[in-house]
Design a protein around this ligand. Structure first.
Ligand SMILES: [Mg+2]
Length: 232
């Protein structure tokens, strides 16, 4: 039986894993194929943004107007997902230290685990699958659901309620960017910021994270934050 008292929604990139060479290349190939763009898009800050949001920004920076962007937008996202699944063998993803043990422990304690990530859903599961973390998750909000991260949090909450009968109020979002924090706050959720991405603890604290950690290596430290809610 799932412990309905606590729900944790995890971000993926910079929180559970690092490395997205294939994911980045999926953007490059997609904008080249559908929009003829060959510009270097490595200078953009992707952190905490959703895949459709990133794609829109890349195309706008390339000088395309809204109508031009809209024209091939969905087919371009579909291509990205296809490209990723076909090429995931060369993805350089690795799980961050402590993450597997933490997820195992949370699962043992029957915590309900979900995802909130800007990755398209198929990319998210393939990326996690590459490091054997996909089995911990069965629902969430993804970039394929919406371009706005706040909406993804709401979608994950709705699924927890409708598919898993979740009725609790103790919900945490764990992420590595101010965008994770903001999206969680829009739904009045508690947030744990982890400084394993491109933002420091101070930056995460300054944007309103309730708790900040250097990383998720120290399981006891994470459990301590959650302990008042977790069944022993
Ligand atoms: Mg992230």
């Amino acid at each position: 039986m799932v412990n309905n008292r606590i729900l944790i929604l995890f971000d993926i990139d910079g929180t559970l894993v690092l490395g997205a060479r294939c994911h980045y290349q999926a953007f490059v190939e997609a904008v080249k194929k559908f929009y003829g763009m060959e510009d270097d898009i490595s200078g953009i800050n992707y952190a905490g943004k959703t895949d459709p949001q990133i794609l829109g920004e890349v195309l706008a920076l390339g000088g395309l107007n809204d109508d031009e962007i809209k024209q091939n937008f969905q087919v371009c996202l579909d291509f990205m997902a296809d490209y990723y699944l076909k090429n995931v063998h060369y993805e350089n993803v690795r799980s961050l230290e402590g993450v597997n043990d933490l997820l195992k422990e949370l699962q043992r304690r029957e915590v309900l685990l979900g995802l909130v990530t800007g990755n398209l859903e198929s990319i998210a599961y393939a990326k996690l699958g590459k490091v054997d973390l996909d089995g911990y998750f069965s629902f969430g909000g993804f970039g394929s659901d919406h371009s706005n991260r706040s909406f993804l949090v709401k979608k994950a909450l709705k699924q927890a309620k409708n598919q898993f009968g979740y009725k609790g109020k103790h919900i945490f979002v764990i992420g590595d960017t101010p965008r994770d924090v903001k999206a969680a706050k829009d739904s009045n959720l508690q947030t744990i910021g982890v400084a394993t991405g491109r933002y420091s603890k101070e930056e995460l604290e300054n944007c309103g994270a309730d708790y900040v950690l250097d990383d998720l290596k120290n399981i006891d430290e994470v459990l301590k934050i959650l302990s008042i809610y977790i069944k022993q």
